[in-house]
Ligand binder design. Structure first.
Ligand code: PAF
Length: 281
C-alpha cells in the first residue's frame, strides 16, 4: 500500500495504471475510519483492480468551526486499518495541497440543497462539491463509493458529477449499523457513555415509524418521530423530513409517486448525528 501526499504524483500513477488496463475504484473519506468505510472499500474491491482511499478532513464543508476542530483525526490507526484490507493507495493531502489558492467555483445544485442538510448547514454542500470535484480531477477513477448514511450528499454528488461531465460512476452503499441499530459514523466516537446509551433511540424510532406509517399520515408520522425522540433528554431533533428519493422534495401524502426516504438530524449535546430510512411505497 502506497501513501501519497502529492496530487500530481497520484494523478500520474493513476494514469499509468489506467493505461495498463486497470479499473480504478475510489473511496473518498475524512478518516476516523470505521466498519462503514471498510464496507465501501470491500464493495470497491468487487468491481475494480486498484483501490484508492483518500483521507482529508475538508475544512470548506464545515459551517461550524468548532465542529471542524472537534472532528476525530486518527491517521495512524486509519493507516493500520487500511493495511489489513485490500487498498492500493492512500491519498493524504495537506490543506495547501487541496487548496493552494482560494477556489471560488460555484455549483448549481438545483433544489437539492434547499432542504435538510442544505438548509441547516449553509455552505456545507458547496464545500463537499468543491473537494469532491477536486478529488475527482486528481484521481479520475472509474467508480467512486459513498455511504448512504449521507443520503443527501449522494444525491448532490451524483448531480454535480453529471453537471461537470465527469465520466465516473457514483456507487451508493448501504448504511452499516452497530448492533443496537446506531448508524456508523466517525462522530459516534465523540459521544459520552451516557449519550451513546441513548442515541440508539434514533434508529429504533425511524424503523418503528416505517411500520406505524401504514396507519398514519405523513404529517402524523413526522410528528410522532420528532416527539418520541425529543422526549429523551439527551436528544434534540433538528429536522425529520420524508422526501422523494430523487428530487429530495418533502412529500405530504403517501400516495405520491416514487420511493420515499425519511431523513433525520439530531443534536446530542455538541454532536450532530444523521440517519435515514426508506419507507414502503
Ligand atoms: O462523506 C464524507 O466523508 C465527506 O463528505 C467526503 C465525501 C469525503 C468529502 O469530504
Amino acid at each position: 500500500m502506497k501513501i501519497l501526499k502529492s496530487a500530481k504524483k497520484l494523478t500520474k500513477e493513476v494514469e499509468n495504471l489506467k493505461s495498463q488496463g486497470n479499473s480504478i475504484g475510489f473511496v473518498p473519506t475524512m478518516g476516523a475510519l470505521h466498519q462503514g468505510h471498510l464496507s465501501l472499500i470491500e464493495n470497491a474491491n468487487h468491481y475494480n483492480d486498484i483501490i484508492i482511499v483518500s483521507i482529508f478532513v475538508n475544512p470548506t464543508q464545515f459551517n461550524d468551526k468548532d465542529d471542524y476542530d472537534r472532528y476525530p483525526r486518527t491517521m495512524d490507526v486509519d493507516i493500520e486499518k487500511l493495511k489489513k484490507v485490500k487498498c492500493d493507495y492512500v491519498f493524504t493531502p495537506e490543506e495547501n495541497e487541496m487548496y493552494p489558492e482560494e477556489d471560488n467555483r460555484e455549483f448549481n445544485f438545483g433544489n437539492l440543497d434547499k432542504v435538510m442538510e442544505g438548509e441547516h448547514r449553509p455552505g456545507h454542500f458547496k464545500g463537499v462539491a468543491l473537494v469532491v470535484s477536486k478529488l475527482f480531477e486528481i484521481v479520475n477513477p472509474h467508480k467512486a463509493y459513498f455511504g448512504e448514511k449521507d443520503f443527501q450528499q449522494v444525491a448532490v454528488i451524483k448531480h454535480i458529477t453529471k453537471q461537470l461531465g465527469f465520466n465516473i460512476e457514483i456507487v451508493p452503499c448501504p448504511i452499516i449499523r452497530e448492533k443496537d441499530g446506531l448508524a456508523m459514523s466517525s462522530r459516534n466516537t465523540l459521544l459520552t457513555t451516557d449519550q451513546r446509551m441513548n442515541v440508539s433511540l434514533i434508529s429504533k424510532t425511524i424503523f418503528e415509524a416505517r411500520e406505524r406509517s401504514k396507519k398514519m399520515t405523513v404529517s402524523e408520522t413526522k410528528d410522532w418521530v420528532i416527539r418520541t425522540i425529543n422526549d429523551n433528554p439527551y436528544l434534540n431533533v433538528e429536522y425529520f423530513e420524508i422526501v422523494d428519493e430523487s428530487s429530495l422534495e418533502p412529500i405530504d401524502n403517501w400516495s405520491q409517486k416514487g420511493e420515499k426516504v425519511g431523513c433525520i438530524a439530531v443534536h446530542v449535546g455538541k454532536v450532530r448525528l444523521i440517519d435515514n430510512i426508506r419507507f414502503y411505497s
